[in-house]
Design a protein around this ligand. Structure first.
Ligand code: HEC
Length: 240
């Protein structure tokens, strides 16, 4: 440690105290003090028209929280906890939005969650905490609160909240990803879940019939053969 002579320290103390005094005395308004300068006498100036907000909005709407505005609190019953979240994307969901969601998912999430959401991304291969499989695993967040529910059944607002605030070993994406993209990603996660876990009866009738007949042809040509890419639930005889 450098030792300074006592006189130097004393001098510094006196000089710095002087500075402090001058800064305290400069003209400044106290909060909401009247002003003699502005015609409307307000020292707290209104924002000029067209001001663009900086930083994240502190909005409490479903669009920013993923939680339903109608339910406050909710209580501890499992159904209430699930109902605290919105069940649909709070703006029009189009094909374009889903594609945007896919693109953002592949940028921000696939490194850990894997392209199909199986929790087998590159970072996980190198030792990072393994995330749950979106299609077959239970939600760890809900399980922590005592509710056992598969991730494919959690309300979409919950997925939005996990992206916004992070969960456990996963960090939050509020500052990197704007809310509209977070919803698009959540919708794409849902699409991944549905595409890998679907009953034939959930499909529109014409598509369902078409797929059933294709699967039957496949089965007839090579019975019992495992078919990569065909979701188990869609395979002939597959249930859910
Ligand atoms: C750096 C790795 C990493 C990235 C990137 C990542 N996650 Fe995660 N995610 C995890 C881990 C690890 C968990 C499990 C956390 C735990 O159990 O502590 C998790 C859990 C989740 C869960 C389940 C929460 C629950 O209740 O079980 C969801 C949903 C999720 N992530 C969505 C996403 C989405 C969407 C993205 C992209 C915006 C994303 N994650 C990006 C690592 C990541």
């Amino acid at each position: 440690m450098i030792r300074l002579p006592r006189q130097t320290l004393l001098l510094a103390a006196i000089l710095l105290a002087g500075c402090q005094q001058e800064m305290a005395e400069q003209p400044a308004y106290r909060p909401l003090e009247a002003s003699a300068f502005f015609p409307d006498e307000r020292s707290a100036r209104p924002l000029p028209p067209g001001t663009v907000p900086r930083g994240p909005l502190q909005a409490a709407s479903a669009l920013h929280t993923g939680r339903s505005e109608s339910t406050s609190g909710g209580g501890n019953a499992p159904a209430n906890m699930v109902n605290e979240y919105v069940k649909v994307v709070p703006y029009a969901l189009t094909n374009k939005v889903l594609h945007r969601g896919q693109e953002r998912y592949e940028i921000f999430c696939a490194v850990c969650h894997g392209l199909e959401g199986k929790g087998d991304g590159k970072i996980v291969e190198r030792g990072y905490t393994r995330p749950p499989n979106y299609v077959i695993d239970l939600s760890r967040g809900f399980e922590h609160k005592g509710v056992r529910i598969p991730l494919r059944d959690v309300p979409i607002g919950y997925i939005f909240e996990v992206i916004t605030k992070g969960y456990g070993a996963m960090s939050d994406y509020e500052s990197q990803v704007p809310p509209s993209d977070r919803w698009a990603i959540a919708a794409y996660v849902r699409a991944l879940q549905i595409s890998q876990h679907l009953r034939l009866s959930d499909l529109p009738e014409d598509i369902g019939t078409e797929i059933r007949s294709r699967l039957e042809k496949l089965e007839a040509s090579a019975p019992g053969k495992e078919r990569p890419g065909v979701p188990e639930a869609l395979a002939p005889g597959g249930t859910r």
